[in-house]
Design a protein around this ligand. Structure first.
Ligand code: OXD
Ligand code: MN
Length: 648
């Protein structure tokens, strides 16, 4: 098949058009029209006036050939999978049940933070005012006028010859008062089937909107390449002109040019975090980049913990952990996003707004995350992993899980041989997109409309040096400072290169929907909402010893750290005060039964030089990046930390 296909003047490739026409349609009986455009599935008349107006407005702009209103049924899903298989976007993985592999254009494999903007009248609403000459790293701002021009330039006629799918979705269970609804318009069938996994998608959401209620407006197109050619017809995208825009004032998201996860499944980062955080600010709750897990101790007492780690730091592994400590049980509520608000009794409650896991595949194995391995081999869309000649998948970390005789094809579709090939078999940001309900340890309350009660909040990151395995914040204000001061090694989930230590406050740096200084004020204001605030901790599974090896085995052994945290929640006297917070007393972490002896002294040491440098780095970061938007309380907290470290 040719790699490049010349497009007809209508901007639509002949090949794609031919295949599209071959596929039969699930709902042909309901054929109707809007603005002269065929509605090939669903009934336009039944949409609420607000939804109709939104669709009509974007028909005028994008000029699609057809409209498909998604109902979320199995039948519709099969039709779209079939269509994509014919177009070459996905291939079936016969080794598993209803699993598929998509290979993206190699230029479209990760979130593009540099092309992601928040659009407000005033720049200062979006990002802190940085000093002259300093490039701000806490988000990108665009004016409404520039946004309008960017949209017009890219979207005019961008769906010519294609189908516009109308995707109604709910973030959170449809019945929960904590949930929010969105409508995504997209020209990507891959996005539709993925949104069906990641959100509650379909008719039930349209029914909910029938009362005229509002929704978050999400417009997405993979883009028509300006040069008139589609490279890799099976994965159209327009990497050079990709742009992801958010307008909090209108609860609006517009994304162009990329079909990849976080850029195109608009419910996730764009809605649940960026727009979500602005709604949360207005309504007095928190939208956070956090996993949620339930943990039951050997006495049968269950608590829920939320944890913020930057992308690809093991949130999914922790959320599905198999504890090595006898008598402990972990259950998973979510692995990426938490929406949390205080109930009338002052208890913080969280829902997972998502319906699936969009997890990083490499590194996932029966040793790192056996529960994920039991979750992901049915009804899953894999993207950019390698495939095997027996119809399965492969990625770095799965070496012991596959038949040694199979042939491997890498994520780009090229033969790959272990030990010989110089490039990874799977893209480092390759993913599985899998329904959460398949997780064997999904929490019985994971869809509880009122959410689960949160007792502790963890912050963490990849810190090879200086930062101990665990410590507890002195109080809420100090906890907010710890969140603000989070740093971690760069991740493959975005376009960053190398292993530099980056500031990633609250693991939200790429996801803030508004000025980080105001976000800190918002966190601090939670103290007024409850006398029963969750306790805050910082964890680091990634510290290395003087021999360059990890000091802590991690994974299931992290249950030992959670055990200490739960004991702290029970006010057990197992901590000592240090300049950076409360650390475990000597021997307070249960090390019984650990295979290899852990060098506790190194793991918990607090080198003064390191901590002085750390404090200076945080101070510099706040000065340069947050400036006068830094709340006075945080400045004071940092001053006190500096003094304590100085006196060490
Ligand atoms: C994600 C991310 O995809 O954080 O979850 O990048
Ligand atoms: Mn994430």
């Amino acid at each position: 098949m040719p790699e490049f296909i010349e497009k007809k003047s209508n901007g639509f490739s002949t090949e794609v058009g031919r295949f599209a026409k071959q596929a039969s349609h699930p709902n042909v009986g309901l054929f109707n029209h809007v603005k002269g455009i065929s509605v090939v599935s669903g009934d336009f008349k039944n949409l609420s006036p607000k939804v109709r107006a939104y669709v009509e407005e974007n028909i005028d702009l994008c000029q699609p050939e057809k409209i498909h209103i998604c109902d979320g049924t199995e039948n519709e899903n099969n039709h779209l999978l079939n269509l994509m298989q014919q177009q070459g976007t996905i291939v079936p993985l016969p080794k598993y049940q209803n699993c598929w592999l998509a290979r993206t254009n190699p230029a479209d494999t990760a979130r593009v933070e540099s092309k992601t903007f928040i659009c407000t009248e005033k720049r200062a609403e979006t990002i802190p005012t940085t000093k002259e000459g300093i490039k701000g790293t806490l988000g990108n701002w665009m004016s409404p006028r520039d946004m309008d021009a960017a949209v017009k330039e890219r979207f005019t006629g961008c769906m010519k010859g294609r189908t516009m799918y109308v995707v109604p979705f709910s973030m959170g269970p449809v019945s929960s008062p904590l949930s929010k609804i969105g409508i995504q318009l997209t020209d990507s069938a891959y996005v539709v089937v993925s949104m069906r996994v990641m959100t509650r998608m379909g008719q039930a959401v349209l029914d909910k909107l029938a009362d005229g209620s509002d929704f978050v407006r999400c417009l997405h197109s993979v883009g028509t390449p300006a040069n008139g050619f589609i490279e890799m017809k099976s994965w159209p995208c327009d990497p050079e002109r990709t742009i992801i825009l958010h307008k909090p004032q209108n609860n609006e998201i517009v994304s162009y040019g990329s079909g990849y996860g976080g850029n195109s499944l608009l419910g996730k980062k764009c809605f649940a975090l960026r727009i979500g955080s602005t709604i949360a600010k207005r309504e007095g709750w928190l939208a956070e980049h956090m996993l949620i897990l339930g943990i039951t101790n050997p006495e049968g007492k269950k608590r829920y913990i939320a944890a913020a780690f930057p992308s690809a730091c093991g949130k999914t592994n922790l959320a599905m952990m198999t504890p090595t400590l006898p008598g402990y049980k972990i259950e998973c509520v979510g692995d990426d996003i938490a929406w949390m608000r205080f109930d009338k009794d002052g208890q913080l409650r969280a829902i997972n707004p998502e319906n699936g896991f969009f997890g990083v595949a490499p590194g996932t194995s029966n040793s790192s995350n056996p529960i994920a391995m039991k979750t992901i081999f049915q009804n899953t869309i894999f993207t950019n992993v390698a495939s095997t000649s027996d119809g399965g998948v492969f990625w770095e970390g799965m070496e012991d899980e596959i038949d040694p005789n199979v042939r491997i094809t890498d994520w780009r579709g090229k033969p790959w041989t272990k030990g010989e090939s110089k490039t990874p078999a799977a893209h480092p940001n390759s993913r599985f997109c899998t329904p959460a309900k398949q997780c064997p340890i999904i929490d019985p309350n994971w869809e509880a409309p009122e959410g689960v009660p949160i007792s502790a909040i963890l912050f963490g990151g990849r810190r090879p040096a200086g930062v101990p395995l665990v410590y507890q914040a002195r109080d809420w204000k100090h906890g907010v400072l710890i969140g603000a001061a989070m740093r971690s090694e760069a991740t493959a989930a975005a376009e960053h290169k190398g292993k530099v230590i980056m500031h990633d406050p609250f693991a939200m740096r790429p996801f803030f929907g508004y000025n980080f200084g105001h976000y800190l004020e918002h966190w601090l204001s939670m103290e007024q909402r409850s006398a029963n605030l969750p306790k805050i901790f910082h964890v680091n599974w990634f510290r290395k010893g003087s021999d360059g090896k990890f000091l802590w085995p991690g994974f299931g052994e992290n249950s030992r750290v959670l055990d200490w945290i739960l004991r702290r929640l029970d006010n057990e006297d197992c901590a000592k005060e240090t300049p950076i917070g409360y650390l475990p007393k000597p021997s307070a972490i249960n090390m019984q039964g650990l295979k290899d002896k852990v060098n506790e002294e190194e793991l918990f040491s607090l080198p003064k030089d390191f901590w002085m440098e750390e404090v200076y780095a945080i101070e510099k970061y706040f000065n340069e990046q947050v400036g006068s938007d830094l709340p006075e309380t945080i400045e004071q907290e940092l001053k006190q930390l500096k003094k304590r470290v100085n006196d060490m």
